[in-house]
Ligand binder design. Structure first.
Ligand SMILES: Cc1cc2nc3c(=O)[nH]c(=O)nc-3n(C[C@H](O)[C@H](O)[C@H](O)COP(=O)(O)OP(=O)(O)OC[C@H]3O[C@@H](n4cnc5c(N)ncnc54)[C@H](O)[C@@H]3O)c2cc1C
Length: 494
Protein backbone atom coordinates (compact mmCIF):
# COMPACT_ATOMS: atom_id res chain seq x y z
CA UNK A 1 0.00 0.00 0.00
CA UNK A 2 1.58 3.31 -0.97
CA UNK A 3 1.33 6.31 1.33
CA UNK A 4 1.74 9.94 0.45
CA UNK A 5 2.46 11.24 3.98
CA UNK A 6 5.44 10.02 5.99
CA UNK A 7 4.32 7.62 8.69
CA UNK A 8 5.56 8.67 12.13
CA UNK A 9 5.33 6.81 15.44
CA UNK A 10 3.46 9.56 17.23
CA UNK A 11 0.80 9.99 14.54
CA UNK A 12 -1.38 6.89 14.52
CA UNK A 13 -3.24 5.87 11.41
CA UNK A 14 -7.03 5.98 11.64
CA UNK A 15 -8.82 2.65 11.11
CA UNK A 16 -11.40 4.31 8.90
CA UNK A 17 -8.65 5.18 6.40
CA UNK A 18 -7.70 1.53 6.03
CA UNK A 19 -9.09 0.11 2.83
CA UNK A 20 -7.27 -3.20 3.05
CA UNK A 21 -5.72 -5.27 5.86
CA UNK A 22 -2.50 -6.83 4.57
CA UNK A 23 -2.09 -9.17 7.55
CA UNK A 24 -4.74 -10.32 10.04
CA UNK A 25 -3.95 -11.87 13.39
CA UNK A 26 -5.29 -11.99 16.95
CA UNK A 27 -2.26 -10.52 18.66
CA UNK A 28 0.53 -8.50 17.05
CA UNK A 29 3.68 -8.39 19.16
CA UNK A 30 6.28 -5.74 18.39
CA UNK A 31 9.81 -6.84 19.26
CA UNK A 32 11.28 -10.32 19.71
CA UNK A 33 13.43 -9.81 22.79
CA UNK A 34 12.71 -11.15 26.27
CA UNK A 35 9.35 -9.43 26.73
CA UNK A 36 8.09 -10.16 23.21
CA UNK A 37 9.09 -13.83 23.34
CA UNK A 38 7.42 -14.32 26.73
CA UNK A 39 4.26 -12.55 25.55
CA UNK A 40 4.15 -14.71 22.42
CA UNK A 41 4.51 -17.98 24.33
CA UNK A 42 1.69 -17.13 26.74
CA UNK A 43 -0.58 -15.79 23.97
CA UNK A 44 -0.07 -18.88 21.83
CA UNK A 45 -0.60 -21.16 24.83
CA UNK A 46 -3.88 -19.36 25.48
CA UNK A 47 -5.01 -20.25 21.95
CA UNK A 48 -4.47 -16.92 20.19
CA UNK A 49 -3.14 -16.53 16.68
CA UNK A 50 0.08 -14.61 17.24
CA UNK A 51 2.33 -12.60 14.92
CA UNK A 52 5.66 -11.13 16.00
CA UNK A 53 7.22 -8.23 14.08
CA UNK A 54 10.93 -7.75 14.75
CA UNK A 55 13.04 -5.14 13.02
CA UNK A 56 16.26 -7.15 13.24
CA UNK A 57 16.99 -10.28 11.23
CA UNK A 58 16.91 -12.47 14.32
CA UNK A 59 15.41 -12.59 17.79
CA UNK A 60 17.37 -11.41 20.81
CA UNK A 61 17.32 -7.67 21.40
CA UNK A 62 19.10 -6.42 24.49
CA UNK A 63 18.00 -9.55 26.33
CA UNK A 64 20.44 -11.59 24.23
CA UNK A 65 23.22 -9.09 25.00
CA UNK A 66 22.59 -9.33 28.73
CA UNK A 67 23.93 -11.65 31.40
CA UNK A 68 20.30 -12.68 31.98
CA UNK A 69 20.60 -12.77 35.71
CA UNK A 70 16.97 -13.07 36.82
CA UNK A 71 15.72 -11.69 40.14
CA UNK A 72 13.43 -14.26 41.80
CA UNK A 73 12.48 -15.34 45.29
CA UNK A 74 9.86 -15.04 48.01
CA UNK A 75 7.28 -17.76 48.75
CA UNK A 76 9.76 -19.60 50.98
CA UNK A 77 12.43 -19.54 48.30
CA UNK A 78 13.08 -20.87 44.81
CA UNK A 79 14.45 -24.42 44.65
CA UNK A 80 17.91 -22.87 44.20
CA UNK A 81 17.57 -20.59 47.22
CA UNK A 82 16.33 -23.49 49.31
CA UNK A 83 19.09 -25.82 48.14
CA UNK A 84 21.62 -23.14 49.09
CA UNK A 85 20.11 -22.83 52.57
CA UNK A 86 18.09 -19.61 52.18
CA UNK A 87 14.51 -19.06 53.24
CA UNK A 88 12.94 -16.16 51.32
CA UNK A 89 9.75 -14.70 52.65
CA UNK A 90 7.45 -12.92 50.14
CA UNK A 91 6.88 -9.92 52.43
CA UNK A 92 10.63 -9.63 52.89
CA UNK A 93 11.08 -9.50 49.12
CA UNK A 94 8.25 -6.96 48.77
CA UNK A 95 9.77 -4.81 51.51
CA UNK A 96 13.15 -4.96 49.88
CA UNK A 97 11.83 -3.87 46.48
CA UNK A 98 9.77 -1.10 48.05
CA UNK A 99 12.88 0.14 49.85
CA UNK A 100 14.79 0.02 46.56
CA UNK A 101 12.44 2.36 44.73
CA UNK A 102 10.78 4.41 47.47
CA UNK A 103 8.22 6.88 46.14
CA UNK A 104 8.91 5.74 42.59
CA UNK A 105 7.92 2.13 43.34
CA UNK A 106 4.90 0.60 41.60
CA UNK A 107 3.60 -1.36 44.55
CA UNK A 108 0.99 -3.27 42.55
CA UNK A 109 3.64 -4.55 40.15
CA UNK A 110 6.06 -5.36 42.97
CA UNK A 111 3.44 -7.41 44.80
CA UNK A 112 2.32 -9.22 41.65
CA UNK A 113 5.92 -10.02 40.79
CA UNK A 114 6.94 -11.22 44.24
CA UNK A 115 3.83 -13.30 44.89
CA UNK A 116 4.23 -15.12 41.58
CA UNK A 117 7.99 -15.33 41.47
CA UNK A 118 8.19 -19.08 42.12
CA UNK A 119 5.58 -19.64 39.41
CA UNK A 120 7.81 -17.64 37.09
CA UNK A 121 10.83 -19.74 38.06
CA UNK A 122 8.81 -22.88 37.27
CA UNK A 123 7.64 -21.42 33.95
CA UNK A 124 11.24 -20.72 32.93
CA UNK A 125 12.53 -24.13 33.98
CA UNK A 126 9.51 -25.72 32.29
CA UNK A 127 10.73 -24.23 29.01
CA UNK A 128 14.16 -25.69 29.66
CA UNK A 129 15.98 -22.74 31.24
CA UNK A 130 18.70 -24.40 33.36
CA UNK A 131 19.56 -23.27 36.89
CA UNK A 132 22.16 -25.17 38.90
CA UNK A 133 21.42 -25.69 42.60
CA UNK A 134 24.51 -23.78 43.63
CA UNK A 135 25.66 -20.41 44.91
CA UNK A 136 28.45 -18.06 43.88
CA UNK A 137 29.55 -16.54 47.15
CA UNK A 138 31.92 -13.86 45.91
CA UNK A 139 30.94 -10.25 45.30
CA UNK A 140 30.57 -10.12 41.52
CA UNK A 141 28.65 -8.27 38.83
CA UNK A 142 27.87 -11.50 37.05
CA UNK A 143 28.72 -15.17 37.51
CA UNK A 144 31.36 -16.34 35.08
CA UNK A 145 30.94 -19.90 36.32
CA UNK A 146 27.78 -21.95 35.79
CA UNK A 147 26.76 -21.34 39.42
CA UNK A 148 23.32 -19.91 39.92
CA UNK A 149 22.54 -17.90 43.02
CA UNK A 150 24.27 -14.64 43.93
CA UNK A 151 23.63 -11.35 45.66
CA UNK A 152 23.07 -8.99 42.73
CA UNK A 153 21.89 -5.83 44.49
CA UNK A 154 22.11 -3.85 47.72
CA UNK A 155 20.56 -6.53 49.92
CA UNK A 156 23.53 -6.64 52.33
CA UNK A 157 24.20 -2.89 52.27
CA UNK A 158 22.93 0.03 54.34
CA UNK A 159 20.20 1.37 54.33
CA UNK A 160 18.49 -1.66 52.77
CA UNK A 161 19.45 -3.87 55.70
CA UNK A 162 17.18 -1.64 57.81
CA UNK A 163 14.16 -2.64 55.69
CA UNK A 164 14.61 -6.31 54.78
CA UNK A 165 16.74 -9.31 55.71
CA UNK A 166 19.43 -9.94 53.11
CA UNK A 167 18.66 -12.86 50.78
CA UNK A 168 20.35 -13.49 47.40
CA UNK A 169 17.85 -13.47 44.51
CA UNK A 170 19.98 -13.19 41.38
CA UNK A 171 19.58 -16.40 39.35
CA UNK A 172 22.27 -16.99 36.76
CA UNK A 173 21.66 -19.57 34.02
CA UNK A 174 23.72 -22.76 34.13
CA UNK A 175 26.28 -21.79 31.53
CA UNK A 176 29.98 -20.94 31.74
CA UNK A 177 31.10 -17.39 31.01
CA UNK A 178 28.89 -14.34 30.50
CA UNK A 179 26.54 -16.25 28.22
CA UNK A 180 23.21 -16.18 30.04
CA UNK A 181 21.50 -13.78 27.62
CA UNK A 182 22.23 -15.74 24.43
CA UNK A 183 21.17 -18.99 26.12
CA UNK A 184 17.94 -17.51 27.51
CA UNK A 185 16.97 -16.08 24.12
CA UNK A 186 17.86 -19.34 22.35
CA UNK A 187 15.51 -21.24 24.66
CA UNK A 188 12.71 -18.65 24.41
CA UNK A 189 13.08 -18.50 20.61
CA UNK A 190 12.84 -22.29 20.35
CA UNK A 191 9.73 -22.17 22.53
CA UNK A 192 8.18 -19.55 20.22
CA UNK A 193 9.14 -21.48 17.10
CA UNK A 194 7.60 -24.67 18.47
CA UNK A 195 4.25 -22.89 18.79
CA UNK A 196 1.86 -21.52 16.18
CA UNK A 197 3.48 -18.09 16.00
CA UNK A 198 4.19 -16.23 12.74
CA UNK A 199 7.51 -14.48 13.08
CA UNK A 200 8.28 -11.62 10.68
CA UNK A 201 11.92 -10.52 10.80
CA UNK A 202 13.28 -7.39 9.09
CA UNK A 203 9.90 -5.87 9.90
CA UNK A 204 9.77 -2.46 11.54
CA UNK A 205 6.61 -1.34 13.30
CA UNK A 206 5.91 2.29 12.41
CA UNK A 207 2.71 3.42 14.09
CA UNK A 208 -0.49 2.13 15.66
CA UNK A 209 -3.86 1.98 13.95
CA UNK A 210 -6.52 3.54 16.14
CA UNK A 211 -10.28 3.91 15.67
CA UNK A 212 -12.45 6.92 16.46
CA UNK A 213 -13.18 5.56 19.94
CA UNK A 214 -9.44 5.57 20.66
CA UNK A 215 -9.15 1.77 20.67
CA UNK A 216 -6.16 0.14 19.01
CA UNK A 217 -7.13 -2.01 16.02
CA UNK A 218 -3.71 -2.81 14.62
CA UNK A 219 -0.31 -1.57 13.59
CA UNK A 220 1.51 -0.37 10.50
CA UNK A 221 4.64 -2.40 9.77
CA UNK A 222 7.25 -1.85 7.06
CA UNK A 223 8.27 -5.10 5.39
CA UNK A 224 10.36 -5.19 2.19
CA UNK A 225 10.06 -1.39 1.88
CA UNK A 226 6.27 -1.69 1.87
CA UNK A 227 3.97 -0.39 4.58
CA UNK A 228 1.56 -3.13 5.63
CA UNK A 229 -1.59 -2.64 7.67
CA UNK A 230 -1.75 -5.36 10.30
CA UNK A 231 -5.09 -6.01 11.94
CA UNK A 232 -4.78 -7.32 15.51
CA UNK A 233 -8.22 -8.51 16.58
CA UNK A 234 -7.32 -8.94 20.27
CA UNK A 235 -4.61 -6.34 20.55
CA UNK A 236 -1.10 -5.09 19.95
CA UNK A 237 1.62 -5.76 22.54
CA UNK A 238 4.51 -3.28 22.39
CA UNK A 239 7.76 -4.97 23.51
CA UNK A 240 10.23 -2.81 21.59
CA UNK A 241 12.75 -2.11 24.38
CA UNK A 242 13.86 1.22 25.85
CA UNK A 243 15.32 4.44 24.40
CA UNK A 244 18.98 4.66 25.41
CA UNK A 245 20.02 4.78 21.72
CA UNK A 246 17.78 7.79 21.01
CA UNK A 247 19.87 10.84 21.95
CA UNK A 248 17.00 13.27 21.44
CA UNK A 249 14.71 11.31 23.74
CA UNK A 250 17.41 10.98 26.42
CA UNK A 251 18.02 14.74 26.21
CA UNK A 252 14.32 15.48 26.44
CA UNK A 253 13.13 12.97 29.02
CA UNK A 254 16.19 11.90 31.02
CA UNK A 255 18.54 14.93 30.90
CA UNK A 256 20.45 13.83 34.02
CA UNK A 257 21.86 11.00 31.93
CA UNK A 258 22.68 13.12 28.88
CA UNK A 259 26.26 13.62 29.98
CA UNK A 260 28.52 11.31 28.02
CA UNK A 261 27.47 7.97 29.52
CA UNK A 262 27.78 4.89 27.31
CA UNK A 263 24.39 3.52 26.17
CA UNK A 264 24.24 -0.26 26.46
CA UNK A 265 21.64 -2.17 24.51
CA UNK A 266 20.77 -3.01 20.93
CA UNK A 267 20.45 -0.47 18.08
CA UNK A 268 16.65 -0.86 18.21
CA UNK A 269 16.52 0.82 21.65
CA UNK A 270 15.22 4.00 20.03
CA UNK A 271 12.01 4.33 22.04
CA UNK A 272 9.78 3.62 19.05
CA UNK A 273 7.40 1.49 21.13
CA UNK A 274 7.05 4.28 23.69
CA UNK A 275 6.46 6.88 20.97
CA UNK A 276 3.85 4.70 19.25
CA UNK A 277 2.04 4.24 22.56
CA UNK A 278 2.17 7.96 23.29
CA UNK A 279 0.78 8.65 19.82
CA UNK A 280 -2.22 6.49 20.70
CA UNK A 281 -2.82 8.49 23.88
CA UNK A 282 -0.80 6.50 26.41
CA UNK A 283 0.71 8.04 29.51
CA UNK A 284 4.30 7.48 30.53
CA UNK A 285 6.01 7.02 33.84
CA UNK A 286 9.54 7.28 35.23
CA UNK A 287 10.91 8.61 31.92
CA UNK A 288 13.57 10.64 33.75
CA UNK A 289 15.29 7.57 35.21
CA UNK A 290 18.01 5.31 33.91
CA UNK A 291 20.19 2.50 35.10
CA UNK A 292 23.76 3.74 35.38
CA UNK A 293 26.79 2.01 36.81
CA UNK A 294 30.35 2.50 37.95
CA UNK A 295 31.46 -1.13 37.70
CA UNK A 296 34.37 -0.92 40.14
CA UNK A 297 34.20 -4.60 41.14
CA UNK A 298 35.46 -7.15 40.38
CA UNK A 299 37.91 -7.24 42.00
CA UNK A 300 35.83 -7.49 45.15
CA UNK A 301 38.86 -6.31 47.13
CA UNK A 302 38.38 -2.76 45.81
CA UNK A 303 35.37 -2.63 48.13
CA UNK A 304 37.87 -2.12 50.97
CA UNK A 305 38.76 1.21 49.38
CA UNK A 306 36.89 4.51 49.46
CA UNK A 307 35.39 6.85 46.88
CA UNK A 308 35.92 10.58 47.36
CA UNK A 309 35.00 13.80 45.60
CA UNK A 310 37.23 16.79 44.82
CA UNK A 311 37.12 17.86 48.47
CA UNK A 312 38.23 14.36 49.51
CA UNK A 313 34.81 13.69 51.04
CA UNK A 314 33.24 10.26 50.86
CA UNK A 315 29.68 10.17 49.51
CA UNK A 316 28.55 6.51 49.61
CA UNK A 317 29.10 3.24 51.46
CA UNK A 318 31.28 1.47 48.92
CA UNK A 319 29.80 -1.99 49.59
CA UNK A 320 26.69 -1.01 47.60
CA UNK A 321 25.76 -2.46 44.24
CA UNK A 322 27.69 -0.88 41.34
CA UNK A 323 24.51 0.77 40.03
CA UNK A 324 23.88 2.60 43.29
CA UNK A 325 27.50 3.69 43.43
CA UNK A 326 27.38 4.82 39.78
CA UNK A 327 24.21 6.81 40.42
CA UNK A 328 25.68 8.51 43.47
CA UNK A 329 28.97 9.19 41.70
CA UNK A 330 27.04 10.83 38.86
CA UNK A 331 25.03 13.01 41.22
CA UNK A 332 28.17 13.88 43.21
CA UNK A 333 29.73 15.21 40.00
CA UNK A 334 27.17 18.01 39.86
CA UNK A 335 29.29 19.68 42.54
CA UNK A 336 32.60 17.97 42.11
CA UNK A 337 35.07 18.13 39.24
CA UNK A 338 36.75 14.85 40.20
CA UNK A 339 35.87 11.45 41.67
CA UNK A 340 38.68 9.23 42.95
CA UNK A 341 38.81 5.68 44.19
CA UNK A 342 41.44 5.40 46.93
CA UNK A 343 42.82 1.94 47.46
CA UNK A 344 45.95 0.26 48.71
CA UNK A 345 48.47 -1.47 46.49
CA UNK A 346 46.96 -4.88 47.20
CA UNK A 347 43.56 -3.74 45.91
CA UNK A 348 45.22 -2.16 42.89
CA UNK A 349 47.10 -5.41 42.14
CA UNK A 350 43.78 -7.25 41.96
CA UNK A 351 42.33 -4.44 39.83
CA UNK A 352 45.13 -4.84 37.29
CA UNK A 353 44.28 -8.53 36.91
CA UNK A 354 40.53 -8.18 36.36
CA UNK A 355 38.31 -5.13 35.96
CA UNK A 356 35.54 -3.70 33.80
CA UNK A 357 36.09 -0.16 35.10
CA UNK A 358 38.76 1.16 32.76
CA UNK A 359 39.81 3.91 35.19
CA UNK A 360 43.39 5.09 34.97
CA UNK A 361 45.75 5.77 37.85
CA UNK A 362 45.42 9.41 38.92
CA UNK A 363 48.11 9.31 41.57
CA UNK A 364 50.18 7.21 43.94
CA UNK A 365 51.85 7.94 47.24
CA UNK A 366 53.74 6.41 50.13
CA UNK A 367 51.77 8.72 52.36
CA UNK A 368 48.29 10.17 52.10
CA UNK A 369 49.81 13.65 52.19
CA UNK A 370 51.83 12.83 49.08
CA UNK A 371 48.79 11.38 47.30
CA UNK A 372 46.68 14.35 48.32
CA UNK A 373 49.23 16.71 46.81
CA UNK A 374 49.46 14.72 43.59
CA UNK A 375 45.67 14.81 43.23
CA UNK A 376 45.69 18.55 44.03
CA UNK A 377 43.10 18.02 46.75
CA UNK A 378 42.74 20.73 49.43
CA UNK A 379 45.56 20.44 51.95
CA UNK A 380 44.72 18.11 54.81
CA UNK A 381 41.40 16.99 53.28
CA UNK A 382 42.32 13.47 52.19
CA UNK A 383 44.46 13.01 55.29
CA UNK A 384 41.45 13.82 57.45
CA UNK A 385 39.11 11.51 55.49
CA UNK A 386 41.50 8.54 55.45
CA UNK A 387 42.54 9.02 59.10
CA UNK A 388 38.91 9.10 60.18
CA UNK A 389 37.98 6.13 58.00
CA UNK A 390 40.96 4.09 59.20
CA UNK A 391 40.38 4.91 62.87
CA UNK A 392 36.81 3.59 62.69
CA UNK A 393 37.63 0.70 60.34
CA UNK A 394 40.08 -0.54 62.95
CA UNK A 395 37.11 -1.23 65.24
CA UNK A 396 34.81 -2.48 62.45
CA UNK A 397 32.75 0.68 62.37
CA UNK A 398 31.75 3.20 59.67
CA UNK A 399 29.60 5.68 61.59
CA UNK A 400 29.05 8.10 58.68
CA UNK A 401 28.27 5.80 55.74
CA UNK A 402 27.63 2.42 57.40
CA UNK A 403 29.75 0.24 55.17
CA UNK A 404 29.39 -3.31 56.47
CA UNK A 405 32.17 -4.41 58.78
CA UNK A 406 33.01 -7.27 56.41
CA UNK A 407 34.41 -4.60 54.05
CA UNK A 408 36.15 -2.45 56.64
CA UNK A 409 39.90 -2.51 57.07
CA UNK A 410 42.31 0.39 57.34
CA UNK A 411 43.75 1.50 54.01
CA UNK A 412 47.51 1.07 54.32
CA UNK A 413 50.41 2.59 52.34
CA UNK A 414 51.46 2.69 49.59
CA UNK A 415 48.29 4.21 48.17
CA UNK A 416 46.78 4.37 44.68
CA UNK A 417 44.04 6.69 43.41
CA UNK A 418 41.98 5.70 40.36
CA UNK A 419 40.35 8.48 38.38
CA UNK A 420 36.62 7.71 38.37
CA UNK A 421 35.60 11.05 36.88
CA UNK A 422 33.09 10.78 34.06
CA UNK A 423 34.80 11.45 30.73
CA UNK A 424 38.30 10.66 32.01
CA UNK A 425 38.34 6.94 31.25
CA UNK A 426 36.01 4.96 33.49
CA UNK A 427 33.12 3.03 32.00
CA UNK A 428 29.75 4.51 32.99
CA UNK A 429 27.13 2.46 31.07
CA UNK A 430 23.43 3.33 31.08
CA UNK A 431 20.03 2.24 29.78
CA UNK A 432 16.58 3.69 30.34
CA UNK A 433 14.03 2.74 33.02
CA UNK A 434 11.00 4.76 31.96
CA UNK A 435 8.23 4.01 29.53
CA UNK A 436 4.54 3.50 29.00
CA UNK A 437 2.36 3.42 32.07
CA UNK A 438 0.87 -0.06 32.41
CA UNK A 439 -1.05 -2.17 34.88
CA UNK A 440 0.50 -5.45 36.05
CA UNK A 441 -1.80 -7.05 33.46
CA UNK A 442 0.12 -5.26 30.68
CA UNK A 443 -2.81 -3.00 29.81
CA UNK A 444 -1.65 0.47 28.78
CA UNK A 445 -3.08 3.50 30.56
CA UNK A 446 -3.81 7.04 29.45
CA UNK A 447 -2.39 9.88 31.59
CA UNK A 448 -5.81 9.93 33.30
CA UNK A 449 -5.49 6.25 34.21
CA UNK A 450 -7.98 4.85 31.70
CA UNK A 451 -7.22 1.61 29.88
CA UNK A 452 -6.60 1.93 26.13
CA UNK A 453 -8.53 -0.94 24.62
CA UNK A 454 -6.44 -3.19 22.42
CA UNK A 455 -3.07 -1.86 23.60
CA UNK A 456 -0.62 -3.74 25.84
CA UNK A 457 3.06 -3.29 26.57
CA UNK A 458 5.88 -4.95 28.49
CA UNK A 459 9.62 -4.80 29.06
CA UNK A 460 11.67 -1.63 28.85
CA UNK A 461 8.98 -0.07 26.64
CA UNK A 462 7.21 0.31 30.00
CA UNK A 463 8.06 1.56 33.46
CA UNK A 464 8.35 -1.75 35.28
CA UNK A 465 9.77 -2.94 38.59
CA UNK A 466 13.21 -1.26 38.34
CA UNK A 467 12.81 2.50 38.76
CA UNK A 468 16.24 3.90 39.56
CA UNK A 469 19.86 2.81 39.49
CA UNK A 470 20.00 3.79 43.16
CA UNK A 471 17.90 0.72 43.99
CA UNK A 472 18.51 -1.50 40.97
CA UNK A 473 19.77 -5.08 41.25
CA UNK A 474 20.93 -7.21 38.33
CA UNK A 475 18.09 -9.48 37.35
CA UNK A 476 15.32 -6.98 37.99
CA UNK A 477 15.06 -6.10 34.30
CA UNK A 478 15.16 -9.55 32.69
CA UNK A 479 12.93 -10.79 35.53
CA UNK A 480 10.48 -7.95 34.90
CA UNK A 481 10.46 -8.16 31.08
CA UNK A 482 9.86 -11.92 30.99
CA UNK A 483 7.27 -11.90 33.79
CA UNK A 484 5.24 -8.89 32.63
CA UNK A 485 5.65 -9.97 28.99
CA UNK A 486 3.82 -13.13 30.03
CA UNK A 487 1.12 -11.13 31.83
CA UNK A 488 0.53 -8.96 28.73
CA UNK A 489 0.30 -12.07 26.54
CA UNK A 490 -2.21 -13.68 28.89
CA UNK A 491 -4.40 -10.59 29.25
CA UNK A 492 -4.47 -9.82 25.54
CA UNK A 493 -5.64 -13.39 24.90
CA UNK A 494 -8.66 -13.17 27.20
C1 LIG B 1 25.19 -5.75 28.50
C2 LIG B 1 23.89 -5.83 29.24
C3 LIG B 1 23.78 -6.68 30.34
C4 LIG B 1 22.58 -6.76 31.04
N1 LIG B 1 22.47 -7.67 32.05
C5 LIG B 1 21.28 -7.81 32.67
C6 LIG B 1 21.09 -8.84 33.63
O1 LIG B 1 21.96 -9.67 33.88
N2 LIG B 1 19.89 -8.90 34.25
C7 LIG B 1 18.89 -8.01 33.99
O2 LIG B 1 17.84 -8.10 34.60
N3 LIG B 1 19.03 -7.06 33.06
C8 LIG B 1 20.19 -6.96 32.37
N4 LIG B 1 20.30 -6.02 31.39
C9 LIG B 1 19.12 -5.24 31.01
C10 LIG B 1 18.16 -6.13 30.22
O3 LIG B 1 18.89 -6.99 29.39
C11 LIG B 1 17.18 -5.35 29.35
O4 LIG B 1 16.65 -4.25 30.06
C12 LIG B 1 16.02 -6.25 28.93
O5 LIG B 1 16.53 -7.47 28.42
C13 LIG B 1 15.14 -5.59 27.88
O6 LIG B 1 14.21 -6.53 27.39
P1 LIG B 1 13.04 -6.09 26.38
O7 LIG B 1 12.33 -7.32 25.98
O8 LIG B 1 12.28 -4.98 26.96
O9 LIG B 1 13.82 -5.48 25.14
P2 LIG B 1 14.76 -6.22 24.09
O10 LIG B 1 15.26 -7.51 24.57
O11 LIG B 1 15.76 -5.21 23.66
O12 LIG B 1 13.77 -6.52 22.88
C14 LIG B 1 13.22 -5.46 22.12
C15 LIG B 1 13.17 -5.89 20.66
O13 LIG B 1 12.34 -4.97 19.95
C16 LIG B 1 12.89 -4.76 18.67
N5 LIG B 1 12.34 -3.48 18.16
C17 LIG B 1 12.59 -2.23 18.61
N6 LIG B 1 11.86 -1.34 17.91
C18 LIG B 1 11.13 -2.04 17.01
C19 LIG B 1 10.18 -1.68 16.01
N7 LIG B 1 9.82 -0.41 15.80
N8 LIG B 1 9.64 -2.66 15.24
C20 LIG B 1 9.98 -3.97 15.42
N9 LIG B 1 10.87 -4.37 16.37
C21 LIG B 1 11.43 -3.42 17.16
C22 LIG B 1 14.39 -4.75 18.92
O14 LIG B 1 15.10 -5.02 17.73
C23 LIG B 1 14.52 -5.87 19.97
O15 LIG B 1 14.76 -7.12 19.36
C24 LIG B 1 21.48 -5.95 30.66
C25 LIG B 1 21.59 -5.10 29.55
C26 LIG B 1 22.77 -5.06 28.83
C27 LIG B 1 22.84 -4.21 27.60
Amino acid sequence: MSQTNKTTATTPRNSKDITHWDIETDIAIIGFGGAGASAAIESADAGSKVSIFELASASGGSTALSSAEIYMGGNGGTPVQQACGYHDDTENMVNYLKACFGNQADEAKIRHYCENSIGHYNWLTGLGVPFKLSELKERAIMALTDDCLLFTGNEKAYPFTEHASPVPRGHNLQVEGDNGGPLLMKILTEAVNSRAVDVHYDSRALTLIVNDAGDVDGIVVRIDQQEKNVRARKGVILCAGGFCMNEDMVKKYAPTFDCGLIPIGNPGDTGSGILMGMGAGAGTSNMHECFVSLPYYPPASLTYGILVNDKAQRFINEDCYHGRVGYNALIAQRNSSRIYFITDVEGYGDYEKMSYLGATVAGTGDSIAELEQELTLPEGSLQYTVDTYNKHAETGDDPYFHKHEAWLRPIKPPYVALDCTLGRGPFYPFFTLGGLDTLPSGEVLTPEGNIIKGLYAAGRTTAGIPRTAAGYASGMSVGDVTYFGRMAGKTASL
